[in-house]
Design a protein around this ligand. Structure first.
Ligand code: MRU
Length: 359
């Protein structure tokens, strides 16, 4: 199942709010439709929203009527702000938009049509490099998974959350494809149920044994000795190795430590934000109260009840056993080792040439 498809200047976005009941694509032909799809979580997951925003910039550039290059770039910048303001926590969104803007500011003497072509090429590269990063993360990460491992994951860090293959689920997928007998426990992930709706579905599609649990069952499952490790994705990793990920991840990390289990984070280097020293600087998105007071459109709480709905939490670096990236597995001490990995060559160099990978 493709998270998004690029076809003739239109971004077709798989509407994940409808999964697993319906497979429907939103045809985004303007920036507002892309921005709304990101806000509503029709497209979600840090790398996927980065790629969608990159294509959103292409759609935006194609719609700008301005003939003067400086004014064209100023309008493009505004489009970048509009897309970046949709969700604050996942750094991949800002990263992809900055990358697109930096490309056109590179000091070349292209005309506006040339800039449009360059932007499309860059969006294709962002998509393609993510796919490649996920495959590589899978190769590195699956080595950490022993035969017969029972793994808990949280939210959806799968093909649906990326350009394809997935980060945490990519590692799990790679272990399964390597012939390892593994079992996955998917946290349902309240309030929006990405684990129940998306992770369980993705695993079942590939015949990877999966058992769905509600979030509050993880501790008891571990206490029963039925879990060997936790693997999750990330929305932003700061320079010291603190990890923002879907709300509930922190609790899982504390439980893993209490039960002596490894807690792995799988994320591409595009999720690592060396500009922030630690996790307390990460902006945490707070979402609408109705996501908590309703399930599947049915109200489950008294009208008027006060609600708090942070979409993410921060797991401190000391609870993270290792960070799996496309450039290798990063161990503690994170400040030093993350810096080293960020300064190393990008592994996708030369692999992605800018042709359409999102067909
Ligand atoms: O709110 P969501 O569904 O976008 O949150 C997604 C997550 O928290 C994922 O775990 C994270 O983005 C990593 S996806 C490879």
């Amino acid at each position: 199942m493709k998270t998004m498809v690029w076809e003739d200047g239109v971004l077709k976005i798989l509407d994940q709010t409808k999964l697993p009941e319906k497979i429907e694509y939103i045809e985004a032909e303007d920036v507002k439709t892309v921005a709304d799809a990101i806000k509503r979580l029709s497209v979600r997951g840090a790398p996927a929203i980065g790629a969608a925003a990159a294509y959103g910039m292409v759609i935006g550039a194609n719609s700008i009527k301005e003939k003067d290059k400086e004014k064209f770039l100023a309008e493009l910048e505004k489009i970048g702000y509009e897309l970046a303001s949709t969700r604050p926590t996942a750094v991949n969104l800002r990263w992809a938009i900055d990358r697109m803007m930096n490309k056109v500011r590179d000091g070349h003497d292209l005309d506006i049509d040339g800039i449009r072509e360059l932007l499309l090429e860059e969006a294709h590269k962002i998509f393609c490099e993510d796919l490649e990063a996920n495959r590589r993360m899978g190769e590195y990460g699956q080595e950490l998974i022993p035969e017969n491992a029972r793994i808990i994951t949280h939210c959806n860090a799968g093909a649906l959350a990326t350009a394809g293959f997935g980060t945490a689920l990519g590692v799990i997928r790679a272990a399964h494809r390597a012939g390892k007998n593994i079992e996955v426990f998917a946290d349902e992930t309240r309030p929006l149920l990405q684990g129940a709706r998306l992770t369980a579905w993705e695993m079942m599609q590939e015949n990877i044994p999966v058992t769905l649990i509600t979030d509050n069952m993880a501790g008891y499952l571990m206490a029963q000795g039925k879990v060997d490790m936790v693997i999750v994705g990330a929305d932003r990793i700061t320079a010291n190795g603190d990890v923002a990920n879907k709300i509930g991840t922190y609790g899982l990390a504390v439980l893993a430590q209490a039960h002596g289990l490894p807690f792995y984070v799988a994320a591409p280097t595009s999720t690592i934000d060396m500009g922030l020293a630690s996790g307390n600087q990460i902006p945490i998105e707070e979402r609408h109260f109705e996501e908590v007071t309703t399930v599947g459109g049915t109200r489950i709480a008294p009208p008027g009840v006060k609600v708090w709905n942070p979409a993410f939490d921060v797991t401190p670096n000391e609870l993270v056993s290792a960070i799996i990236t496309e450039r290798g597995v990063v161990q503690k001490p994170y400040p030093e080792n993350l810096r080293k990995i960020m300064n190393s060559r990008t592994t996708a160099d030369g692999v992605c040439q800018g042709e359409n990978p999102a067909k």
